[in-house]
Structure formats: C-alpha cells, structure tokens
Write a protein that binds this ligand. Structure first.
Ligand code: TMP
Length: 235
C-alpha cells in the first residue's frame, strides 16, 4: 500500500490518503494540546504509545464484536484505518466523576457514579466542542436517531469490555471519549483510544496515568504514558 498526500492534520494526528480509496494512513504525533489548543507542548514518544494502545484496544473490541476503523499497524507511529465520514458528535462515557463533570455538577473528583453517565459534545473546534443533547443532534442533523441509538449502545458495551480488560492491569477507567463515523453505510468506531482520550487511574494509589498529567502540570507525563503501554502489553 502506498502513503499518498496528507488530507488532514489534527492536534495529535496526521491523516493521509492511500492508493486504496477505502483506507487512510494515520500518523500519531508527539504534539499535545489542552483546553481547545490554548496549551501546547510535546510529550516524548506519545505518538508511539497512542498508536500502540489504540491498536490494542481496537483489536480487543473487534474480538468482542464491536466494529472499528482499525485495519493494521504499519510501524510504531502509524496505522491503517478504514476511511470514515466522521460523525460530528464526541461521545464521553463516565464511570467516576472527574474533569468537566466535577465542575458542572459540583461533585468531587473520584466520586463513583451509581449509573454510567453518557454525554455528547458537538465536534467543532471553533465553538470549543460544546456539550449538546440528543435533540440538538437531531435539530442540527449531526446523526439520525437510529445512528445515535447504535452509538449509545456501542459506547456502553465498550465500557464493559474496557473496564474488564483494564482491571487486571490495576487501572480504573474513569472516563473516555469516543468518535464514530460512517464507512460504506455502516456506523463504526473511529479516532483513537489512548491516554489522550481516556482517564486512567491506578486502582490502588489513584495516580493519574493519562493526559491530565500534561493538562495539570503534574510531571512525569512521558512515564505515565509508557506505564499504560507497559501494563496493557502484559495484560
Ligand atoms: P472532560 O472531563 O474534560 O470533559 O473530559 C472527559 C473525557 O474526554 C476525558 O477522558 C478526556 C476526554 N477528552 C478528549 O478526548 N478530548 C477533549 O477534547 C476533551 C475535552 C476531553
């Protein structure tokens, strides 16, 4: 397969066309941003960790019957994925209160939610990805009600699968963000699943093993990313 011209550069990834119109070539970068791009930096080898961790999760999910865009790894930083028409809704699933939910509802970080919380954000950088609900999604025609039903069910299935997989690695899945897209008429899971897009806490010490170390200047950012990859590679 041939890597052709770059068609998109995001904050953390570059996407290239290939000689197969059904497939894209994704390169994971070490660049890190937070707060909608206001904070910028680099996390050494982040691209390698996120590429490998995403591949591990996508393979796990595929093995449990969840369709994803993942096709194969090319090398440490690059993977081949199915070409998606991205649905402009970011889906956040929360098991434990952290981040923006702590601010929104006034509960301390670490509070266990008695029921899993599902949130939708409008994927629009210029607007700062605002929180939206199902009726906004319908009114803006971002996805059909049938697509949203499937997305919701899939996001909750992913939660069970990931929690079970992370438990033996002594990691709690606090929350995470998923993106979906349409490939040949089918809604499938896209983007990445990594320490950039999930909150992972050590079960015992509650140490943060994710991008919050960068967002909040907690130090040892690279070490935390490597630790997640190490624990998952052993799982
Ligand atoms: P939040 O608490 O800041 O709303 O984040 C919830 C989850 O979503 C957390 O695991 C980090 C992830 N996330 C992204 O992947 N991209 C983003 O732009 C934001 C704001 C959060």
């Amino acid at each position: 397969m041939q890597k052709l011209e770059m068609i998109y550069e995001g904050k953390a990834k570059k996407v290239y066309r290939t000689d197969n119109p059904d497939l894209f070539w994704v390169e994971y970068k070490d660049d890190a941003t937070a707060f909608n791009g206001q904070k910028k930096g680099t996390i050494d080898n982040k691209g390698i960790v996120n590429n490998k961790v995403s591949a591990l999760f996508f393979e796990l999910l595929e093995s449990k019957g969840i369709p994803t865009h993942f096709v194969k790894l090319v090398n440490d930083r690059e993977m081949i994925v199915k070409a998606l028409e991205i649905i402009k809704v970011e889906v956040v699933v929360r098991n434990i209160v952290a981040g923006s939910l702590a601010k929104r509802v006034g509960l301390p970080e670490g509070t266990i939610l008695p029921k899993t919380v599902l949130e939708y954000y409008y994927k629009d950088d210029a607007l700062g990805d605002p929180l939206i609900n199902a009726s906004h999604i319908a009114a803006l025609d971002l996805a059909t009600p049938e697509q949203m039903e499937l997305i919701k069910e899939t996001a909750l299935q992913v939660n069970e699968i990931m929690r079970d997989y992370l438990a033996p690695a002594n990691i709690d899945l606090i929350d995470y963000k998923l993106e979906f897209g349409v490939h040949k008429g089918e809604v499938i899971l896209g983007d990445e699943i990594s320490p950039d897009t999930c909150r992972f806490w050590d079960k015992t010490t509650k140490e943060k093993l994710d991008k919050d170390r960068f967002r909040r200047d907690l130090g040892n950012v690279e070490g935390a990313y490597q630790e997640v990859l190490r624990r998952l590679s052993l799982a």
